[in-house]
Design a protein around this ligand. Sequence first.
Ligand code: GLN
Length: 476
Amino acid sequence: MIQPFGTATDIAAAVRSGQISASFVVDQHLGQIAQLEDEICAFNIVTVEQARSRANEIDAQIAAGEDPGPLAGVPVALKDNLCTRGIPTTCSSRILEGWKPPYDATVVELLHQAGAVIIGKTNMDEFAMGSSTENSAFRPTRNPHNLSRVPGGSSGGSAAAVAAGFTPIALGSDTGGSIRQPAALCGVVGVKPTYGRVSRYGLVAFASSLDQIGPFTKTVADAALVTDVIARPDGRDSTSISEPAQSTARVLHEGVAGLRVGVVAELCGEGIDSDVAARLQEAVAALEEAGAQIGQASVPAAIYGLSAYYLIAPAEASSNLARYDGVRYGLRVAANSSPAMNIATRSAGFGEEVKRRIMLGTYALSAGYYDAYYGKAQKVRTLIIQDFAQAWEEFDLLLSPTSPTTAFLLGERTADPMAMYMSDVCTVPVNLTGQTAMSVPYGCGDDGLPVGVQIMAPALGEPVMFRAAAVLEASL
Ligand code: GLN
């Protein structure tokens, strides 16, 4: 699918220098949306009026000789689990019907301060639970590269919006892979920052010990640009890292000469399609060619990542989603008593997958099962952290595929939750450890659909991770 417009970096430079107006840029992207959105369904809402008036503001700033900031006039789409003041925030769930947050998420404030133009809220798996965006209560999003395929999930709308040229930047959230996996399937760049690096204030909570916000972009340089804008300490998120972030944009061209790069054996074997494995090998060769030292890395406990994740994430979700009681947010289904209202609201408001997670999580946390399930999963989490710590003694970066397969068909995995969960096998370990990772597009599979390579770095290793990403991008 055509991508007629510039990168975020180009747009911001052109707007700041007065070459083009922010209004022109917004209209261009709204035009692209008008043309293709009916087929792709990336958005829950396109905020046309707000975007136009915001663009006018930017243009007025330019006319007055002010600098709107590093994202001057750049359209941004937000996953619909990021709070936007006065604009519906649905998490693609019926239960939030009609709810308009009274405040903006910290990332939304930061984008605004940097001169960005919010153009809409993107479709997602309900409450970010899923890997295909088919769990949206509204409608599935389609992959811009092939409309019969899923865009991945849960941030499928954001990934598709960037791939379709609707916006140069979208934000998503990544609890177990929800930025990286859709980025891979849609052929765009997706970044999960270190846990605590980007404020979660105003991100609707799924699994609080795993959730992170990050960008989707067409290029590595754009991803660095956005990461530098949103990676800030924030007193409103108690897990926010208080030290300032190191710039990723500034080191982008430092290369990988002398860096030690390990290919994670446990994430490259069984279950990975051969065309995906072949692209990974080509990426490895490109890094070696650029001067990196390549080796085999082993993170033995990573194979238990999926099992631990699918206990810990539902456990945290069952607690986080208890707040949707028919009183405080959105939907209320009337009934004779308060408990009956509560049950009726939750029964009608939550979809199948969300209910499945709440039940799994409640079970894993219940007396008598806590030690066997939740407690055990936490121990496995510690083992994974220890195994990675050992790998970091030998390597600066680790590599794996992002997703075991290219984009699958709509409907292909909906009847089989286990098959759907397997999509996350390569991405969840990094959420359990809190490290940073990103997906970089690297060629296509036998079906002609995009393949992503995952680069993992230790906590706060974003600068070195971006250096490798830039080398991979340039090698294509
Ligand atoms: N696909 C995973 C899940 O369903 C990850 C979701 C996410 O990262 N938000 O839980």
